[in-house]
Design a protein around this ligand. Structure first.
Ligand SMILES: *[C@@H]1O[C@H](CO)[C@@H](O)[C@H](O)[C@H]1NC(C)=O
Ligand SMILES: *[C@@H]1O[C@H](CO)[C@@H](O)[C@H](O)[C@H]1NC(C)=O
Ligand SMILES: *[C@@H]1O[C@H](CO)[C@@H](O)[C@H](O)[C@H]1NC(C)=O
Ligand SMILES: *[C@@H]1O[C@H](CO)[C@@H](O)[C@H](O)[C@H]1NC(C)=O
Length: 252
């Protein structure tokens, strides 16, 4: 009886530790997928983007520490960033508020360097910010630099041109294989932008016997080529300005 009983308890403990092991291993798996630099010093990010598991910090001057690896962002890479996220295009550009109401932008920026051999693996993880087409193009880049500009995703699919409430994601990304370093730089800014198109007034007239009778009507406005270009310019500047602010200590 005693033997049978302890055998039962033993079996139960083995089963419980299997369950616990399963739980822990799945948790580790999930967090390893979340962060790009878990247990690896080959992916380097700016100081403000360091997350648990990241160990490599991009810097402009040599620093040492026991907890982190510091990698100098070379002048060539800085020049590329200053070109792609240029000062000239970083000043805010307001939109015409009689056309766009309740405009709201949220900009996310990301910068990292890694061995070029890891480019495919790391770029393919950026699918929160870039479309699969763009990811393929950046991975398949055969030049020293490949750029994505004005990549726009309509978050509502394919709405009619007069839909007043609109939401988009816009991305700008640069892959640069840093000359002579065997490392690749990936920089991106991605914005979600939503707004309300105001109604526009049109004058309608009709003839009544001997005189003309007119009145004003309010109709839905189209998100046409002109308003799209104005909005795109505004978002581009917001993204470039946001990137420059976020990375200010590296862009000097
Ligand atoms: C860490 O980096 C090396 C090369 O630098 C790579 O082979 C390895 O797959 C990386 N590990 C992870 C977990 O990304
Ligand atoms: C910025 O604008 C100035 C003057 O308009 C021009 O000379 C310069 O080349 C521009 N710089 C960039 C990076 O586009
Ligand atoms: C990668 O680029 C090459 C040459 O430009 C092209 O032939 C190939 O189809 C591309 N592959 C993908 C997956 O885009
Ligand atoms: C991106 O959008 C801006 C603003 O509308 C425009 O000036 C520029 O030509 C566009 N660039 C590309 C490559 O489409």
């Amino acid at each position: 009886f005693r033997i049978a009983n302890s055998g039962y308890i033993e079996a139960k403990m083995i089963w419980m530790s299997l369950v616990l092991f399963g739980l822990f291993s799945s948790v580790t798996f999930i967090s390893a997928q979340d962060s790009l630099c878990v247990d690896n010093t080959s992916v380097c990010v700016p100081f403000q983007q360091i997350e648990p598991g990241c160990h490599c910090i991009l810097t402009r001057r040599a620093l040492t520490s026991n907890d982190y690896v510091y990698k100098i962002l070379s002048q060539k890479a800085v020049d590329e960033l200053n070109r792609f996220f240029s000062v000239n295009e970083s000043a805010p550009v307001p939109v015409d508020t009689s056309v766009f109401a309740k405009l709201h932008d949220k900009v996310h920026t990301h910068l990292m360097t890694f061995p070029t051999s890891l480019a495919g693996k790391i770029i393919s993880k950026q699918d929160d910010w870039l479309t699969s087409q763009t990811i393929r193009r950046l991975i398949n880049c055969t030049e020293p630099r490949c750029e994505v500009i004005n990549e726009t995703t309509d978050l509502q699919g394919n709405p009619p041109p007069t839909r007043p409430d609109r939401a988009f994601r816009v991305s700008r990304a640069l892959r640069y294989d840093i000359e002579g370093e065997g490392r690749t730089l990936l920089a991106l800014a991605s914005a979600t932008s939503d707004f309300l198109l105001t109604k526009k007034s049109v004058r309608k007239c009709h003839h009544q016997l001997f005189w003309k009778k007119c009145h004003t009507e309010w109709i839905l406005r189209e998100f046409d080529a002109q308003s799209r270009a104005d909005w795109m310019k505004h978002v581009s500047h917001a993204m470039i300005g946001g990137f420059r602010r976020e990375m200010a200590d590296l862009l000097v």
